[in-house]
Write a protein that binds this ligand. Structure first.
Ligand SMILES: *Cc1c(COP(=O)(O)O)cnc(C)c1O
Length: 430
């Protein structure tokens, strides 16, 4: 399989080159040249397959022959080693729980997979590989825990001061070893800009081997395609029209959903559920794409003003807004509405939502019609956001065991300002 950059169809890379580079030198994002359509037999038979078996079929076309089947199978069994259950919330709405991994957020799937793919691909490189990841909350923990102790790889996590919850921060500042946490005096977009600038700096790239672990990396994106298939496997009434509501920030998750649809899953349509960082819903409304500075919300892993995967979505639809609109509806949920939803859903069904899943649920509830079955993705465990959730449900949210183990260790971080020079100097000193 050949991968091209969204900025020029001419560049031809294989999966190994695309994964190691992360971002194309022309600043474009990598996309597979063709999206393979899986057989009808496979789709009809999904309910009889395990998560790992499904992952193998979905991912194989992208990684063969660069990874052998055996190697890919090993990586899948290590990366997809927790369940992703689908649960009913009410008559026509179910939730796909993506938060049963080590950092209790959906990013665990992509990060664990990428870490293992990358470490396989860089085995023959003599110098250390630096993985740079900007995080607005959940990426940091997932990436750090995905890469911990992977030989030859050093990870730098950049995060905005004061905008990440204590429990999120603990997941990447308490690990030590090959993981360094950088607290940036700025917002998430500043962190993302620092990472992007590093990749474009000639001097730095001569002296350091840099790569990314944000959702721009194709090996983080592709494993996310798997959970739409696995969700489908668990749907009881497959004859209904199926709608997926995706809480979105950088839009990697939604892009993965669109890829699963192109690969043959008969999903009727998608909802792009956002918090008040509404660039994409605005675009779907007006046809105008206006990136903005991000605004802080209680669904903070979605506080993104310039979603990096948006170019992939445009690319998949040849920039045709009318077809994009047929596949995706946008819906914006503000903080008050998020809180109200958490309270109401708990009262009605006993189900505890986190603020991100609550965006997905709210949007779905608004948009779904009677003839449809709706699924929304629960992207984080509610115990990651106790300040918000406990006030609404008026009781304590129990922490999953995986989360408890971060609570007793002390946080270690390096503070930097948001100028590229300071970041560059630090990288060169490491
Ligand atoms: C990252 C994240 C999102 C947004 O996912 P994208 O793929 O960036 O759109 C939503 N919810 C949570 C909890 C996240 O960590």
């Amino acid at each position: 399989m050949i991968f091209y950059s969204t900025n020029s169809r001419d560049s031809e890379l294989d999966i190994k080159e695309a994964v190691i580079k992360g971002l194309s030198s022309d600043k474009g994002l990598f996309m597979p040249e063709t999206i393979p359509v899986l057989t009808q037999y496979f789709i009809n038979n999904l309910s009889n397959l395990s998560l790992q078996e499904i992952a193998m079929e979905v991912l194989k076309p992208y990684f063969t022959p660069v990874l052998s089947d055996d190697k890919l199978k090993d990586i899948i069994s290590e990366a997809f080693n927790f369940d992703i259950p689908l649960r009913g919330v009410n008559d026509n709405i179910s939730v796909l729980e993506l938060f049963h991994g080590p950092t209790s957020a959906f990013k665990d799937v992509g990060a664990r997979f990428l870490a293992r793919v990358l470490s396989t691909f860089v085995k023959d490189i003599e110098q250390d590989v630096y993985v740079l990841a900007a995080t607005s909350g959940d990426t940091g923990g997932a990436v750090a825990n995905g890469f911990i102790n992977v030989p030859g790889i050093k990870v730098l996590i950049l995060y905005p001061r004061g905008m990440v919850s204590d429990r999120q921060e603990r997941q990447f500042t308490t690990l030590g070893r090959n993981i360094t946490a950088l607290e940036v005096d700025g917002n998430f977009d500043d962190c993302q800009r620092l990472v992007k600038s590093a990749f474009l700096d000639d001097e730095l790239n001569k002296k350091r081997f840099l790569t990314s672990a944000n959702s721009i990396n194709i090996a983080r994106l592709l494993p996310q395609v798997v959970y739409y298939f696995y969700a489908w496997a668990q749907i009881k009434d497959k004859s209904a029209d199926i709608l997926f509501s995706v809480p979105s920030g950088n839009f990697g998750n939604l892009t993965a959903g669109l890829i699963s649809q192109k690969m043959g899953l008969p999903i009727k349509r998608f909802i792009a559920a956002t918090n008040i960082n509404d660039v994409v819903p605005e675009y779907l409304n007006s046809g105008e794409y206006n990136p903005k500075a991000s605004v802080q919300t209680i669904a903070n892993a979605m506080d993104v003003g310039e979603p990096s995967n948006f170019v992939r979505i445009l690319d998949m639809f040849d920039k045709d807004i009318e077809t994009i609109k047929e596949s995706i509806s946008g819906f914006v949920v503000d903080d008050d509405r998020i809180k109200k939803t958490i309270k109401e859903v708990y009262k009605q069904s006993g189900y505890i939502l986190d603020p991100h899943g609550a965006c997905g649920y709210t949007a779905l509830k608004e948009i779904i019609s009677e003839s449809e079955q709706g699924l929304f993705l629960a992207t984080a465990h509610p115990a990651k956001f106790p300040e918000v959730v406990e006030e609404q449900i008026e009781k304590e949210v129990l922490m999953p065991v995986a989360m408890e183990k971060f609570m007793t260790k002390s946080k270690i971080k390096i503070e930097i300002d948001s100028t590229f020079n300071e970041f560059k100097k630090m990288l060169l000193q490491m």
